[in-house]
Design a protein around this ligand. Structure first.
Ligand SMILES: [Fe+2]
Ligand SMILES: [Fe+2]
Length: 477
């Protein structure tokens, strides 16, 4: 059911934010009587007027890394992710929670609007930016704008359940990668403050509940493959590292390596990346450049040297293979780094279990593990691969099983250690009218008929979730 909303549409808000940024930027370098600066202030006032609609006030807020207008969360649209993120970061740098802008702006001289913009800029670096800005705006009688204090709470969202938090963390991770990619694509040098904070939340979530965290890695998005792939690789790598006892402090770095390992794909034409059929030698060479290009992009991120240096090697190595026979070809003989070997395994596992435009049939997780095992000692570090298989389980979480009862079921808990081949699963019930699947009962494949002593259900095959148009994670959490 759709509700009538008081929020202006996305295009108006986008124009408003762009006008805001033009104004605060020009106010930094121009005096109040400068024509260009006055024009920017005029545009800002006009965009506010367009946004007021029938209301006398416009309320902009940030909470939990999202932007709200009139208490309604702004969705991330393609092309505006970076803009919204910039606004959030701009306010966060000033420890502000947002602004109320009233219709009084219509009567305000443009010089005063510019002066307010300059004050908002200057709030960064003040000891208490909110207090400082409130009193400065008051002093110059800029009554059309009321700064809001920063608040950690999410609007309209009470304490979130683990499932919601997990899905939210995943969507933040996607956004983080998208923002960095968009900025690089428009020749900017993005910072990684947001991604670093996100990596910390990912570590916390994993420590709190590893199976929920790992379940997230089954999320697939046909259209946003590069982004979901990057997040999934980060998740799987972190889980593998934790599984083998890597200390918590190192997991954040591994997470960033996973998120940014394929940044270099920005430079490869989509026609090559998504080509159906065989690549020409030239096209394959282009694809092979991406790990090196990832390193170049990571090196230009706005972050400390140490931070960037710690993120360069694993992305460079992620296609090099355990026996160094992969790409980019190198004369080095020293083995691949530990994190490079972890990244290689999670990268391949996610790639071959994801359907792509040029390869709509992907392997189900159990088949993927069998396939990867053929490359043990050559493509993959044998010890790490064994640990990965052990972690994922003989029949990995998220696998869609075909049962001899005719039922389909999603694996939600592996059967280790007693019944490694007989996991717990959620039966998929089908709505006959819509054809959609919904969550049925939870079963154990290890359950037996008490009279005959035979198993109640047996696995006869596996299906790929994309064929059924489901996200396993919806049934697992
Ligand atoms: Fe790659
Ligand atoms: Fe990759």
């Amino acid at each position: 059911m759709s509700e009538k909303t008081d929020r202006p549409d996305n295009r108006i808000i986008e124009t408003l934010i762009r006008a805001f940024f033009s104004m605060v930027q020009t106010s930094r370098i121009h005096r109040d009587n400068n024509q260009l600066a006055l024009k920017c202030a005029q545009n800002f006032v006009a965009s506010c007027q367009a946004a007021f609609q029938n209301q006398g006030e416009l309320r902009l807020r940030i909470a939990n890394d999202r932007l709200y207008v009139q208490e309604e969360k702004l969705g991330f649209q393609r092309g505006t992710v970076a803009l919204i993120q910039n606004m959030i970061e701009y306010l966060e740098r000033r420890s502000l929670g947002g602004f109320n802008i009233s219709e009084a702006i219509r009567q305000c001289p443009l010089e005063q609007v510019l002066n307010a913009a300059r004050l908002i800029n200057t709030a960064q670096g003040q000891q208490d930016p909110f207090e400082w800005l409130t009193s400065e705006l008051e002093a110059c009688r800029a009554h059309w704008i009321t700064p809001q204090p920063h608040s950690e709470t999410d609007l309209n969202e009470p304490a979130m359940e683990l499932k919601e938090r997990a899905l939210k963390t995943y969507s933040y991770a996607l956004t983080s990668v998208k923002v960095v990619v968009e900025k690089i694509a428009s020749h900017k040098h993005p910072g990684i403050r947001h991604a670093t904070r996100l990596a910390q939340s990912m570590v916390d979530l994993m420590i709190e509940n590893e199976s929920v965290f790992m379940a997230l890695s089954t999320i697939r998005d046909y259209d946003d493959y590069t982004f979901t792939h990057s997040v999934n690789v980060a998740i799987l790598s972190m889980c593998l590292a934790k599984h083998i006892g890597v200390p918590k402090q190192s997991l954040e770095r591994l997470s960033l390596c996973g998120l940014f390992h394929d940044l270099g794909k920005i430079d490869i034409p989509k026609s090559v990346l998504n080509k159906e059929g065989k690549l020409t030698d030239e096209e394959f060479k282009q694809i092979q450049m991406h790990s090196l290009l990832s390193v170049q992009h990571i090196a230009t991120l706005r972050a400390s040297r140490e931070r960037k240096a710690s993120m360069l090697i694993p992305p460079f190595e992620h296609h090099l293979k355990y026996d160094l026979s992969g790409y980019p070809q190198t004369h080095r003989r020293n083995p691949i780094s530990f994190f490079g070997r972890i990244l290689t395994i999670s990268d391949v596992f996610d790639a071959i279990t994801s359907p792509r435009i040029y390869r709509p049939t992907a392997l189900s997780p159990d088949r993927a593990l069998k396939f990867m095992y053929k490359g043990t000692g050559k493509d993959f570090d044998p010890i790490l691969l064994k640990a990965f298989i052990d972690m994922i389980g003989l029949i990995p979480l998220g696998t869609v099983l075909e049962l001899d009862t005719g039922e389909l079921a999603v694996v939600v808990k592996n059967g280790k250690p007693v019944h490694p081949a007989r996991p717990r699963a959620v039966v998929l019930n089908k709505d006959e009218q819509t054809g959609e699947f919904y969550k049925g009962k939870t079963i154990s494949l290890a359950d037996k008929d008490l009279t005959s002593g035979k198993y109640l259900r047996n696995i006869v095959g596996t299906r790929h979730c994309s064929h059924l148009n489901i996200q396993p994670v919806d049934f697992m959490l």
